[in-house]
Design a protein. Structure first.
Length: 429
């Protein structure tokens, strides 16, 4: 199922991208010889006028082949014979249409899923600085915040260092708060749901005190230091009344019908944290109105463009490696996980929202990547046209074609490498 959904997503992304080239080519009088979805052998084709339309075997690509695109052609409808601004519009239309599709997906995502406003929904240590639940975060250290998810994105590229200046809106008034962000204390390395259900340890952090002691995910907590625990809420209340202080802890858990006792020391930690949460609050979009929906949909697209730019900077700076790149196989797996997680947590509607979010990300990614000045990509072609517009002298078409050919070969080598990475990651190697 996930493969079918992934193929549909890829097909829509590529079709919209090539449709941008196609429509602007037609509008500028450029002849289009073939408009194809996919790569490889032709499965189905039909003709209309000068254009052959085709569906090809591999759904990971597409093309809009134009007359005189990569070679000299005397025909008046040849791409190379059009004015520079016309060629620029034809090429830039592909990425622009991806941004347009991302915007359309955002309209549905926000309309049905809600708007991600930066509203404080949980307050920890920041309460001492005056931060309250319901505050709307407007800026952090001077950086304007419009979506909740912009907070972790900002913090990822701007690590906290002792304190942060937070501007919040409360009752229509802007308030400036200085939050102490340095945190230190003791922790065991366990995760659980602080609700009325049984206190099951959902996760044991790697290299934590709990892991070293032998605790495992799925263990059911029975008691801590002699105090009986039957729900996650009770454990949370226990920690509020008895904060960890580095003293020896005894946990009794039930595993496979057997009760096991573990005695260990919690580990000391130091970290930086805002002391409140506002990144994943979603407000009903019904009150936004049409223009509000349009405004927040545009902000959603801008957020994912910034996310892609940050990922590129991290790749260039070495913060992430080539092994972290994903190709079609990795994206198919990610789509599958998004669908499965959505179905488990909220049914088909939640799965559809997860797919919409991925569509926004992939379109923003495809649009931005194609604007980079890389040979064989739209950005590489745009660079040559810009050089021509500035110098008023066209780069020889044969030379440009050779540069794009070399770029295409290098991109194919990169694609093989990424596919190899995807397969290794898929099998856990």
């Amino acid at each position: 199922m996930k493969i079918i959904i992934a193929i549909l997503i890829f097909s829509v992304l590529i079709l919209f991208h090539e449709l941008g080239h196609f429509l602007l080519a037609k509008a500028c009088g450029v002849g289009v010889t073939e408009f194809a979805l996919g790569m490889g052998p032709i499965l189905v084709s039909w003709g209309k006028g000068e254009t052959k339309y085709a569906i090809k075997a591999l759904p990971f690509g597409g093309s809009c082949s134009m007359v005189g695109e990569d070679e000299d052609d005397p025909a008046p409808n040849a791409f190379g014979n059009k004015k520079a601004w016309q060629r620029f519009l034809v090429i830039v239309a592909g990425p622009v249409f991806n941004f347009l599709l991302a915007f359309i997906c955002s309209l549905f995502f926000i309309g049905f899923g809600g708007v991600n406003k930066p509203v404080v929904y949980s307050v920890g240590e920041a309460a001492s600085a005056g931060i309250q639940r319901g505050d709307i975060v407007r800026s952090i250290n001077g950086k304007k915040i419009t979506l909740g998810r912009e907070i972790p994105l900002y913090l990822f590229s701007h690590p906290l260092d002792g304190s942060a200046e937070i501007v919040v809106e409360r009752g229509g008034e802007l308030l400036t708060k200085t939050v102490n962000t340095h945190r230190e204390g003791w922790r065991m390395g366990i995760s659980y749901m602080a609700d009325e259900s049984g206190c099951t340890l959902s996760q044991i952090s790697a290299q934590s005190a709990a892991e070293s002691a032998g605790l495992k995910a799925g263990d059911i907590l029975v008691s801590i230091d002699g105090t009986k625990i039957s729900t996650g809420k009770q454990l949370s209340e226990y920690f509020t009344a008895h904060p960890l202080d580095g003293s020896l802890i005894e946990l009794v858990v039930k595993r496979g019908g057997e009760e096991l006792s573990f005695r260990f020391l919690p580990s000391h930690y130091e970290t930086e944290d805002l002391g409140f949460s506002a990144e994943y609050y979603y407000d009903d979009a019904a009150h936004l109105g049409f223009f509000g929906l349009v405004r927040y949909s545009a902000k959603e697209v801008v957020y994912w463009i910034r996310y892609t730019l940050m990922s590129l900077r991290m790749l260039i700076s070495g913060q992430v490696g080539m092994k972290d790149l994903s190709g079609p196989v990795g994206i198919v797996d990610t789509i599958g996980q998004a669908v499965e997680t959505g179905v488990e947590n909220g049914g088909a509607g939640a799965a559809a929202l997860n797919v919409l979010m991925l569509m926004i990300l992939l379109n923003a990614n495809l649009g931005l990547m194609n604007l980079l000045p890389i040979p064989a990509l739209d950005g590489g072609r745009l660079l040559f046209i810009l050089i021509e517009m500035v110098t008023r002298k066209r780069v020889p078409q044969k030379f440009e074609g050779l540069v794009h050919l070399i770029g295409f070969v290098l991109l194919m080598i990169l694609m093989v490498f990424v596919l190899f990475n995807d397969v290794l990651r898929l099998f856990g190697k």
